[in-house]
Design a protein around this ligand. Structure first.
Ligand code: G1P
Length: 286
C-alpha cells in the first residue's frame, strides 16, 4: 500500500569531518556496506521499493552506488568476488530510484517538501540514513507500515533518551495508547535541557501522509532558522492525529563517531553470530 520512501541526503555531514569532506556521509560503510544501503534494504523489506532521494551537491556517489558499474562487473565476472555484489544487485533489481536536488539547505522539513515532486499524493516513508536501525522481528519501517494500516495517519518512531540528550532530537509528549504507542499532543524540536516535554526522542524513521506537504508550505522557519518537520507534524497532530511508536529494536546515531563505532561493533557481533555477512560470507563459516 505504501510504495515510496524518501531519503533526504543533501546534508553536509559536518559532524563527521574530515571523513565527509569529499564523500557523502551516507556512503560511510558499517563493515562492508554503506549506511544508505542499510536504509534502502530496510525500506525494501517493508515493501517500499520506489526509492526517492532528495540529493545535493557532492552526493553523486549515492546515484552511482545504486547503478551498475559495467567495468567492475566485467573485472570480477566469473571470480569469487561476484558474491560480494549480490546484495546490492538484488536492491538494484528490486527497487526504482528517483532523484531531485535540494538547492538550498533550509532544514529537514524543507528537504521533505523538496521531495514532493517525486512523491506526489500518497503516504510515504522517510529514512534518515545516518540513523542505522536493526528491528527486532522485522525492520523498524516494516513495523511502522503495519501500524499505518491501523491508524492511517503520520507515524514517528521514538526511543527513550537520557535527559541530557533531548537537545539533539525532536521530542514528543503524548497520551499513551499502549506501552509502545502514543497519540502525540506536543512536539518540540531540540528542546534545551529542562524544556523537553518527555524523554521520548524522534529518530530518523517516519511515515507521512501527503497532506504534510501542504502543511510544510506554510511552516515558518523554527529552531535554528530552519523549516522543521517536527513543527509540521505538530500541526498535523493538532489538526488530526500523529502517532509516536516506541519501536522494537536498536538504533545507532551513525552521524556521530561514537554511534558509528558502536554500530560497527554491533554489526561485527552479528557477523560472528551468522546474522550478517561480510563479502557475501557469514562469520560462522570461518
Ligand atoms: C532530525 C530532526 C529531529 C530528529 C532527528 C533524528 O534532526 O529534525 O527532530 O529527532 O533528525 O535523527 P537532525 O539530526 O537532522 O539534526
Amino acid at each position: 500500500m505504501i510504495k515510496k520512501c524518501l531519503f533526504p541526503v543533501a546534508g553536509y555531514g559536518t559532524r563527521f569531518l574530515p571523513a565527509t569532506k569529499a564523500m557523502p556521509k551516507e556512503i560511510l560503510p558499517v563493515l562492508d556496506k554503506p549506511l544508505v544501503q542499510y536504509g534502502v534494504e530496510e525500506a525494501m523489506q517493508a515493501g517500499l521499493t520506489d526509492i526517492a532521494f532528495v540529493t545535493g551537491r557532492g552526493k553523486r556517489a549515492i546515484e552511482d552506488h545504486f547503478d551498475v558499474s559495467y567495468e567492475l562487473e566485467h573485472q570480477i565476472q566469473g571470480t569469487g568476488k561476484e558474491k560480494m555484489l549480490e546484495g546490492i544487485r538484488e536492491v538494484i533489481n528490486t527497487c526504482t530510484f528517483s532523484y531531485t536536488r535540494q538547492i538550498q539547505m533550509r532544514g529537514l522539513g524543507h528537504a521533505i517538501l523538496t521531495g514532493r515532486t517525486v512523491i506526489g499524493d500518497e503516504p510515504f516513508g522517510v529514512v534518515l540514513a545516518d540513523d542505522l536501525c536493526f528491528g527486532e522481528g522485522s525492520g523498524v519501517l516494516d513495523q511502522m507500515v503495519k501500524l499505518f494500516k491501523q491508524f492511517r495517519c503520520s507515524i514517528v518512531a521514538v526511543e527513550e533518551v537520557p535527559e541530557d540528550e533531548t537537545h539533539k532530537y525532536g521530542v514528543i509528549a503524548g497520551e499513551a495508547l499502549s506501552d509502545s504507542l502514543f497519540r502525540v499532543t506536543d512536539m518540540v524540536e531540540k528542546p534545551a535541557p529542562g524544556d523537553a516535554p518527555s524523554n521520548l526522542a524522534i529518530i530518523g524513521r517516519y511515515i507521512l501522509t501527503p497532506d504534510i506537504f501542504e502543511v510544510l508550505e506554510h511552516t515558518a522557519p523554527g529552531k535554528n532558522g530552519e523549516i522543521q518537520i517536527t513543527d509540521a507534524l505538530l500541526q498535523q497532530a493538532q489538526d488530526g492525529c500523529v502517532i509516536a511508536y516506541k519501536f522494537k529494536g536498536q538504533r545507532f546515531d551513525c552521524g556521530s563517531v561514537q554511534g558509528y563505532v558502536e554500530a560497527t561493533n554491533f554489526c561485527f557481533q552479528r557477523y560472528l553470530a551468522g546474522e550478517q555477512q561480510i563479502g557475501g560470507q557469514s562469520g560462522l563459516a570461518n
